[in-house]
Design a protein around this ligand. Structure first.
Ligand code: ADQ
Length: 481
């Protein structure tokens, strides 16, 4: 990075997992595009990554994290108490903000204790940032767990540049205004120097919420960016769709081992057409709705029985939260109902895998699938859709994609877009996908791969940081516009 300060990354979770074995504590770096894009940046600028390590306080974890840190950057843990995990993380983050921001306000539990804990934990993170940051550092905060962090830091006199990236959707005002602490959240966000959103829809929703809930808001457009001014303070806002490490996925997915594993998967399913779903087990991902759509397909098209198999891979997530437990039960019930109603010797319509699958297995599944069924009820972006395209250097395979996923903006030319609530619509798109001729698959897949390749996670990172770094010039331009 060509500026004088270091990078301070802050997210709810550190990019590591803590594994305990008989040999003691081991720290493993998380995989995934975000971590691979951010770590080189952190190494080149120096600085630190601050977040919860996902485990209770333990001196051994602290010292292992210190050992993992290098001369260039370090990992700084913020430990959460049992009640903070319950009220801040499970409560405010996952029973209020997560459902509300995904337009599912009826699933919210607006408990004021949750909000108090949100304020406290944002202060705790601010303590950690204050201890680490120097004046010229660039502080980059990730996601909805820490929307008040800039406010906490500014109140303590921290003047550093601070950017925030919102990984999930931003809801429209009619939904957002249900939040009892709506003005606090909006004012808190405006204490950042720069705000990044996944899509134009999210940025527009944010602006509409500002206009609805705060007075005296002025917004100026300058090029592709916007300057929001309230009470004499200025914040820049723009859209930066997140992406994946395209080259790595594209390259790894043609290794002989992956291709052989993909062939084996196809054989395991007796060369039936494979439809693939890969998600965290989260009610926003629309898994029960997807299963109902698949059942509708089997009801309406008896000729497909025995010819097609749905492989649904779900990684367990937030299992202590009641709405997630309900979702898991609904998925398990539907899988067993569909298999009971349509399956028979040698054919189970749905294969349900309830665990995280290793990276190589995931690539092999992407390669083996005829159709990727990505049908969230709402999603900030959805990286599975982009990973599927990156893995398909054979230019085959069809993406059936929810129009409510952020990824639909970039992939709309190649994907079959569906409304996940419209079971018959999804069933008929799935039918079209299963019958699509190879040449059409190729044209669509080429368009999507070009799109993902041209805007990978490295470019996303550069755009987000570049915007923050040039903030001063941008504001000068804004004043004179
Ligand atoms: P998520 O909702 O977690 O993230 P999503 O974009 O769907 O994100 O990505 C999930 C990741 O987990 C993918 O890389 C996928 O390969 C992996 N994964 C999912 N199921 C798996 C399984 N069973 N086994 C192994 N790996 C699995 C949030 C927002 C999204 C946004 C991302 C990034 O909700 O909208 O795209 O952040 O900003």
């Amino acid at each position: 990075m060509n500026h004088e300060g270091r990078l301070i990354l802050v997210s709810n979770r550190l990019p590591v997992s803590v594994v305990r074995s008989s040999n003691g504590v081991e720290i493993q770096q998380s995989s995934g595009g975000l971590v691979s894009a951010l770590l080189p940046l952190l190494k080149s600028s120096g600085g630190c990554w601050i977040g919860w390590p996902g485990a209770d306080y333990d001196a051994e974890i602290e010292s292992e994290l210190q050992r993992e840190s290098s001369a260039e950057f370090h990992l700084q843990p913020v430990f959460l108490s049992q009640s903070e995990k319950q009220y801040f993380y499970d409560g405010c983050c996952n029973e209020i903000l997560w459902p509300l921001f995904h337009d599912l306000q009826s699933r919210c539990n607006f408990d004021p204790l949750y909000w108090s804990s949100y304020l406290e934990v944002n202060e705790t993170f601010a303590d950690a940032v204050e201890r680490s940051a120097r004046r010229n550092d660039f502080i980059w905060v990730h996601d909805y767990h820490l929307m008040l962090l800039a406010d906490c830091l500014r109140s303590r006199g921290v003047r550093s540049r601070m950017a925030y990236f919102h990984h999930i959707p931003f809801p429209p005002p009619d939904v957002f205004e249900k939040l009892p602490w709506r003005a606090e959240i909006l004012r808190g966000l405006l204490r950042f120097s720069t705000l990044g959103f996944q899509t134009e829809r999210d940025r527009r929703n944010f602006f509409a919420c500002l206009r609805r809930c705060l007075s005296g808001v002025q917004i100026k457009k300058i090029g592709a960016r916007f300057l929001v001014s309230v009470e004499g303070r200025h914040t820049e806002a723009a859209t930066f769709p997140i992406s994946i490490d395209y080259e790595r996925l594209a390259c790894d997915s043609v290794s002989p081992e992956i291709l052989a594993e993909a062939d084996q998967i196809r054989r395991d399913f007796s060369d039936r057409k494979l439809v693939l779903g890969v998600d965290r087990l989260d009610y926003t991902k629309g898994i029960p709705e997807r299963l109902i759509a698949f059942r509708t397909l089997l009801e309406q098209r008896p000729e497909l029985r025995g010819q097609v198999a749905l492989v649904q891979v779900t990684v367990p997530s937030r299992e202590q939260i009641p709405k997630y437990q309900e979702c898991k039960i609904a998925v398990e019930r539907l899988v067993s109902e569909i298999n009971g109603a349509f399956g028979g010797p040698g054919w189970a319509p749905v294969t349900y895998i309830h665990r995280s699958v290793p990276y190589n297995r995931l690539l092999a599944l992407y390669r083996a699938a005829h159709v990727a069924l990505v049908t969230p009820l709402k999603d900030g972006m959805n990286l599975v859709a982009k990973e599927f395209c990156a893995a398909r250097s054979d230019e085959q395979g069809v993406l059936v994609l929810s129009e409510f996923a952020g990824a639909a903006v970039e992939l709309r030319r190649g994907a079959l877009l569906v409304n996940p609530y419209d079971f018959e619509g999804v069933a008929s798109a799935l039918h079209e996908a299963l019958r699509m001729p190879e040449f059409q698959q190729r044209i669509r897949m080429q368009a999507m791969r070009r799109m993902v390749q041209g805007s990978d996670v490295y470019r996303w990172c550069k755009n987000c940081c570049g915007q923050a770094l040039f903030r001063d010039q941008f504001q000068v331009a804004a004043q004179s516009a």
